[in-house]
Design a protein. Structure first.
Length: 298
């Protein structure tokens, strides 16, 4: 298949592209800059000039493709409503283009916040509905098109997609620890945080593209829940800093914006995904990657 990929040069997308190529697909990656285009070419794919704000470029990319894998997102925490509105417009554009064709449309989503305090499964519905909801309600919008001639699949990623070179959640926690002189966790640190290795997640995307039925939700979850205290202690060992409990009332002051997320109890399962697609994570776990020094420079 000719597969149009947004976010092709990003953290997850740059791992997905080689998996798709290895599976025999032709990959076209959205490139918003010359630098992004160069990375896409170096990976063996074809660049397509455009951006998430250029809906006509997205429409053209989808019209020329046999499948669309939408991994791009505006991670602008200063304007999340704007990021959600962009996501809604992008997904609607893709769905309008693909409607009635039975072509696959895979979009990135997540498990965080779906059912705090209980284990999130592939059957846990997203309550984000409508343009003003988180991520523009894009997951539900896409799944609605499963009965309208689109093989839509929601790719729910763990909030931490880890590996060497990761600059996301755990890297931010490491930065806070360096600044504060302590690797903190909230309360007793027993809350669980799911994770998946970047390469395992990429393999799942390729499997889902090939065989996930229309209307499917799949979970890129390698570890159902790593205790927050264990994450902090591993960072502390790598940074030669003590690990310590941060009182819930002091979370914002200590961690900043990331504190409210690090305090969540959000275990997530991928049992149904493994059964459906035969996917089994095989890369190192989150704590092993921290111990390897990928976040601490050890």
């Amino acid at each position: 298949m000719r597969v149009f990929v947004t976010g092709a040069s990003g953290w997850i997308g740059s791992a997905v592209v080689p998996e798709l190529l290895a599976a025999g697909h032709q990959v076209v990656g959205l490139a918003r800059s010359d630098e992004s285009a160069a990375r896409i070419v170096a990976a063996g794919a074809e660049p397509h000039a455009g951006s998430l704000d250029d809906l006509e470029s997205l429409r053209a990319g989808a019209e020329a493709a046999d499948a669309v894998v939408h991994l791009g997102f505006k991670h602008d925490f200063s304007d999340m409503p704007g990021a959600w509105a962009t996501e809604r417009a992008v997904v609607q554009t893709f769905l309008d283009t693909l409607e009635g064709s039975d072509r696959p449309f895979l979009l990135a989503s997540g498990t965080a916040g779906l059912a705090p305090g209980s284990v999130v499964t592939e059957r846990t519905p997203s309550l984000a509905v409508g343009p003003g909801s988180p991520r523009g309600g894009a997951e539900n919008l896409a799944l609605d098109y499963a009965t309208r001639g689109v093989r839509s699949v929601a790719l729910r990623f763990a909030p931490t997609v880890h590996g060497e070179g990761d600059h996301g959640f755990v890297a931010t926690l490491a930065g806070v620890a360096r600044e504060k002189g302590v690797a903190g966790y909230v309360g007793d640190g027993a809350n669980l945080w799911p994770a998946v290795h970047r390469r395992d997640a990429a393999r799942l995307v390729a499997l889902a593209l090939d065989s996930a039925p229309a209307g499917t939700v799949v979970h890129a979850i390698g570890e159902e829940g790593v205790p927050a205290r264990a994450i902090a202690e591993a960072l502390g060992r790598g940074l030669d800093l003590p690990a310590a409990s941060i009182a819930p009332d002091d979370v914002d002051g200590h961690f900043g914006w990331i504190g409210r997320f690090f305090a969540l109890e959000i275990p997530s399962s991928s049992a149904l995904t493994r059964e459906l697609l035969g996917w089994e994570p095989r890369e190192a776990g989150l704590l092993a990657d921290i111990e390897a020094g990928f976040y601490t420079g050890a």
